[in-house]
Design a protein around this ligand. Structure first.
Ligand SMILES: Nc1ncnc2c1ncn2[C@@H]1O[C@H](COP(=O)(O)OP(=O)(O)O)[C@@H](O)[C@H]1O
Ligand SMILES: [Mg+2]
Length: 239
């Protein structure tokens, strides 16, 4: 039986009833600035502290900026440099385009991602973002096939991956699903709800194969020591 991998994120493992089942491929979606990049970074950091190597593939921002922003937001997490210098956390740019400089081919890009995972023996992977991969596919059918292929291969390795995805609306009642939502094992959604000038970030686990998870939309905060997800009372006993 496959085990669970803790995200290490305060409140999230309780919502997941322990953690993410090994081999699960997860979409982390939200509006701009909801914290998709930061929560994914923290997931790798927490696991790196426990000895599991993680790779962050950053398509939208330069790796140095990702690290700089994470260190600025999480200035109380004082082992980020150590994890990066020791190779426990790898932050890469697009592994295909930057090395070849040729035209995009999604298949080749996905193979390049797999080689990096294999070479580093990573257990946790972040692809930031899925939206960027979708833009590289010549047509939706091609994209879906390519996605199914990569997530099948990552599952077989027992790797847990977070694929970030942009949501057009940050409101819960305007949630829409696209075909790729059905092929992933998990969906974690970050909303920015509220009225007028008040905005309340909240997180929901829409789907997580292999675990009974919280169904409650739960407020979160991005703090210098990481995300704080304030679990509702009725799920507190999951710890
Ligand atoms: N130094 C900081 N202190 C507190 N919050 C920060 C800091 N830096 C970024 N944030 C919060 O994180 C958000 C950006 O997170 P990010 O993960 O880059 O978002 P996304 O990837 O969803 O677009 C900002 O909108 C802000 O709310
Ligand atoms: Mg981002």
């Amino acid at each position: 039986m496959a085990g669970y991998v803790k995200t290490g994120i305060d409140g999230l493992d309780a919502m997941l009833n322990g953690g993410i089942p090994e081999g699960n491929q997860v979409i982390v979606e939200g509006g701009p600035g909801s914290g998709k990049t930061l929560i994914s970074f923290e997931f790798l950091y927490r696991n790196a502290l426990n000895g599991a190597t993680g790779i962050f593939f950053s398509f939208d921002e330069e790796p140095d900026r990702v690290i700089r922003n994470a260190k600025a937001a999480f200035y109380e997490l004082d082992r980020i440099d150590e994890m990066i210098e020791s190779g426990k956390m790898l932050v890469y740019p697009d592994p295909y385009y930057t090395t070849s400089g040729t035209q995009y081919e999604l298949g080749k890009l996905l193979s390049a991602i797999e080689s990096k995972i294999e070479e580093s023996n990573a257990k946790c992977v972040v692809i930031d973002s899925l939206a960027m991969l979708a833009l590289m596919a010549p047509e939706p059918a091609h994209f879906r096939k390519a996605i199914v292929e990569i997530i099948t291969s990552l599952r077989k390795r027992g790797v847990i991956s977070f694929f970030t995805e942009e949501m057009k609306s940050p409101e819960r009642d305007r949630l829409e699903f696209s075909p790729e939502h059905f092929v992933f094992d998990g969906i974690i959604t970050m909303y920015q709800t509220g009225e007028d000038f008040k905005r309340m970030p909240a997180i929901e686990i829409i789907k997580m194969r292999g675990t009974s998870h919280s169904m409650i939309t739960t407020p979160y905060e991005i703090t210098p020591s990481g995300f704080k997800i304030t679990a509702a009372e009725n799920i507190a006993n999951y710890d």
